[in-house]
Design a protein. Structure first.
Length: 318
């Protein structure tokens, strides 16, 4: 597939976005306020590429190669700060200055009130990739769990809410995950999204009452709004393994809609874990405002690796 991409010019804008967030998964709500600065990007023509069989458009693709690096933390306060992924991935032709769904990629650093550098230490490091060759991957390292707020999330603060989207990525859980995932423990990793206060879809792994590690999905109202917690759909799958200490591919798709028009599914290493049709819009019809690509987020300290991720405007294969 031959791709060509138009150059884009980044510029700093003075506008700031203030956002309230909270713990996800099974942790209790703990609202806190964070204010990321925003990098504006001049409008450029869309990339030209051979279309997928479904007519899907590739919005972004990176394996953190080329001169991709992490900027220094900024807007650091009591609860944490922000850290941007910057540079151009010469292996894909995409730049991290380019916006997706209206905004840049960033990492939300929530220290939970601890000293940020002691709680979170991120890097882009060389390691053996999922093909067996050396690769550069994003390492998210939540070294301490100060409280339920502590998390380290690679994400987009969405300003242009999509109707549908597809994400593919390779992630790696720690090799000792089985020992860490004891009773009452959970870990995220697969993509998650929240609307502006009324809807969320989240995937997590946890052990069931027999100690077997399982996947779980929830569609609920836990999106940092004032709406009482309501779970619209939840399912557990203990048949698909939760890999650890090795790369595995995660794919997820969401289409926002009412009734049969709404849908979301999750695949792990090509195996369908969940696939549910139903309303994916909350009672206020609020737009998506946070898309978490992946993150180091559990109710214990955890390290995560991410590589070779893609975002499409719909599923690129039939």
């Amino acid at each position: 597939m031959a791709d060509s991409f138009a150059q884009q010019t980044a510029s700093r804008r003075s506008r700031a976005l203030t956002m309230t967030d909270n713990a996800a998964g099974n942790a209790p709500n703990s609202p806190h306020l964070v204010s990321p600065s925003v990098i504006g990007v001049a409008t450029a023509p869309a990339s030209t590429m051979t279309p997928s069989p479904t007519g899907a458009q590739l919005l972004f693709k990176s394996g953190f190669e080329g001169n991709v690096s992490l900027g220094p933390p900024y807007d650091v306060g009591f609860w944490g700060g922000w850290q941007d992924v910057v540079g151009d991935d010469t292996s894909t032709g995409f730049s991290f200055a380019s916006p997706v769904f209206g905004n840049k990629f960033t990492i939300q650093l929530l220290s939970g009130g601890g000293i940020l550098s002691d709680v979170i230490q991120n890097s882009i490091r060389s390691m053996t990739g999922h093909t067996g060759a050396t690769t550069r991957a994003l390492q998210l390292d939540l070294k301490q769990k100060i409280n339920s707020d502590s998390q380290d999330q690679f994400m987009i603060v969405v300003t242009q809410s999509p109707k549908e989207f597809y994400i593919s990525e390779w992630i790696m859980y720690p090799a000792n995950l089985a020992q860490r995932l004891g009773p009452g423990q959970w870990v995220l990793g697969a993509p998650e999204w929240k609307s502006a206060g009324d809807f969320r879809i989240v995937y997590l792994a946890y052990p069931n009452s027999s100690g077997k590690q399982c996947w779980e999905v929830k569609w609920d109202t836990n999106a940092n709004g004032t709406i009482p917690l309501q779970v619209f759909y939840a399912e557990v799958n203990c048949k698909i393994p939760v890999p650890q200490g090795q790369w595995f591919r995660v794919e997820t798709y969401t289409r926002r809609g009412y009734g049969s028009d709404g849908r979301s599914w999750l695949k792990v290493n090509g195996q369908l874990v969940f696939d549910h049709t139903g309303t994916t819009i909350g009672q206020n019809a609020a737009p998506i405002n946070r898309l978490f690509i992946s993150g180091a987020y559990a109710n214990f300290p955890v390290q995560m690796h991410i590589d070779d991720f893609e975002i499409w405007d719909k599923v690129p294969y039939e």
